[in-house]
Design a protein around this ligand. Structure first.
Ligand code: AR6
Length: 175
């Protein structure tokens, strides 16, 4: 049952039509490179303006936390901006912080009546998290969330951009 909820594609998350897409942001919420840059570029000014309002209210977004905006010109309804950990060797609470980023994003999606959500491979680009280890955390956290909240989502989509992540997720999800 859960395996049908969890799905995998290779591609660009800005093109995905789920209720929410997740952005691998930084604590400033002001944009950056990687998937963050792609989302702000494709989504337009509206997303940045809402991020700036959140920043004014609560001073950004701590590592492992998540905030939500509308999706501007993107096909999704919402963008959930979460901040993964910078990989510092693995003894700085990185797995817990990465799990928090996935869990808090799912929670925020649920609170906003999203039935479908798409994740990029948080922290595995500029933040340097080893891809196999990050995939283990991502898949385990989503599985646990579905166990704890049965029926909460119709689809949880992992969107892999690079070949390496796609191969890792294919092995982990489809065996
Ligand atoms: N769609 C889906 N995935 C993508 C896309 C895309 N259009 N573009 C890149 N990826 P990264 P991080 C993948 O570096 O490691 C930013 O500057 C990419 O292949 O985007 O969490 C933020 O502002 C990789 O697997 O995010 C932060 O400062 C994954 O997205 C910092 O980077 C994550 O890579 C966050 O670093």
């Amino acid at each position: 049952m859960q395996q049908q909820v969890i799905q995998l594609i290779q591609g660009d998350i800005t093109k995905v039509e789920t209720d929410a897409i997740v952005n691998a942001a930084n604590s400033s919420l002001l944009g950056g490179g990687g998937v963050d840059g792609a989302i702000h570029r494709a989504g337009g000014r509206q997303i940045l303006e809402e991020c700036m309002q959140i920043r004014a209210r609560q001073g950004g977004c701590a590592t492992g936390e998540a905030v939500i905006t509308t999706a501007g010109k993107l096909p999704a309804r919402f963008v959930i901006h979460t901040v993964g950990p910078v990989w510092q060797g693995g003894n700085r609470n990185e797995p817990q912080l990465l799990a928090n980023a996935y869990r808090n994003s799912l929670q925020l999606a649920l609170e906003n009546d999203c039935r479908t959500i798409a994740f990029p491979n948080i922290s595995t680009g500029i933040y340097g998290y080893p891809k196999e280890l990050a995939a283990d955390v991502a898949i385990a956290t989503v599985n646990q969330y579905l166990k704890d909240h049965p029926g909460s989502f119709d689809t949880i989509l992992f969107v892999c951009f690079d070949d390496e992540n796609f191969t890792i997720y294919q092995k982990a999800i489809t065996g």
